[in-house]
Design a protein around this ligand. Structure first.
Ligand code: ADP
Length: 347
């Protein structure tokens, strides 16, 4: 038997008490001809009295308790102290238990989110100190060697100072990149979005990395199906940085022989899809979901040798998203990678 409300509970108990009372009265007055009338009267009186009594007692007892639970949950939810009214003729306990369940669900989700953030923070601080340790130790090593006599040795003193300066440059680079990510995350980088020809920008970027590419025997081309300029809405300097980072990565992670990188443009309805495709070392699928995270690297030693901070793709993602657009990656190990992002086509 399901009892949903105090009213129902009172009804059931009054019914039982009424029947018992009616039967007992009937039995005790069996000598009388009107025993059945006494029984019925007793049943009705017992039913009515016990119905109101039980209902009143349950209501008083439950109301106080439930109101407290309800009030606590509501106050926790809304963060303010408020008075509440409960309608006892409804399924109060069912409502309260549903409220508690949703409340517990929300709290469990919040706790999970906080735990994830905490793990992320811990990992971030670990990564950061690890990244800074390498240049700091190298600077420290050179300075100590200079102090311990190297300073007077003209064959090494300048060389050691230059190497120490390189370590300082690396640290500055990491800090500057992190600073930029922080500014993007707090929405503190105003974008200067205007109508520009992206093909011109792509040519400029290719010219600026030409030397590095030919040094690594990598061929860099722009694939175009048309000769017209393509106008998009962008912050020219920032999108220049996106293309530079993507092209630099494509060069750094190219294969020893026969490397080639292609920049492609595809017009879609309102957007332009820009792809930077290489036939380099690629990566297996498991790395793709985390690739745009700060300090995430597939091959740590290769990245550091190439001067990478592990922050390039995180910056790229922030810039593209600040334009209200998205970036994606496809990659196959030993075959190559393609990074693609969109920009709004100018009217
Ligand atoms: P890094 O400074 O290490 O290059 P990024 O954020 O630019 O940092 O890239 C993160 C990681 O993604 C790199 O360490 C590398 O393992 C991988 N990666 C990026 N671009 C490519 C690419 N074109 N081909 C293969 N791996 C890449």
């Amino acid at each position: 038997m399901r009892i949903n409300s105090p009213k129902q509970a009172a009804l059931y108990s009054a019914f039982i008490i009424g029947i018992v009372s009616g039967c007992l009265t009937g039995a005790f007055s069996s000598s009388n001809d009107l025993w059945w009338a006494y029984g019925v009267i007793s049943l009705v009186i017992a039913f009515v009295v016990s119905y109101f009594l039980v209902f009143y007692l349950i209501e008083r007892f439950l109301y106080g308790k439930i109101k407290l639970i309800y009030k606590n949950i509501l106050n926790l939810k809304t963060q303010k102290d408020q008075d509440i009214k409960i309608n006892m003729s409804t399924d109060v306990l069912g409502t309260v238990s549903a409220e508690v369940e949703t409340w517990a669900d929300v709290k469990t989700r919040e706790i999970k989110q906080l735990k994830d953030q905490e793990a992320f923070r811990r990992e971030f601080i670990g990564n950061l100190s690890h990244e800074l340790k390498t240049p700091i130790f190298s600077i420290q090593g050179y300075i100590l060697t200079l102090l311990e006599g190297g300073l007077d040795d003209p064959t090494v003193n300048k060389e050691f100072l230059m190497r120490a300066a390189k370590g300082v440059d690396r640290m500055t680079h990491i800090i500057e990149d992190l600073d930029m990510i922080n500014k993007f995350e707090s929405g503190n980088i105003p974008l200067d979005i205007r109508k520009y020809n992206i093909v011109d920008l792509a040519k400029e970027i290719i010219d600026s990395v030409e030397y590095k590419a030919s040094d690594r025997n990598v061929e860099l081309t722009i694939k175009r199906n048309e000769d017209r300029p393509i106008y998009v809405m962008m912050d020219r300097q920032r999108i220049g940085q996106v293309l530079t980072n993507l092209v630099n990565n494509a060069i750094n992670y190219s294969k020893e022989e026969g490397g080639s990188i292609e920049l492609r443009f595809y017009r879609m309805d309102n957007a332009l899809l820009i792809e930077v495709a290489d036939n380099g070392i690629g990566m297996s699928e498991e790395h793709l979901p985390r690739l745009f995270e700060r300090f995430y690297r597939v091959d740590r030693s290769r990245s550091r040798n190439a001067g990478g901070t592990g922050l390039g793709l995180a910056i790229v993602k922030h810039i593209v998203e600040a334009h209200g657009q998205t970036i994606n990656v496809r990659s196959t190990k030993d075959i190559g990678s393609t990074f693609s992002f969109t920009l709004e086509l100018a009217k």
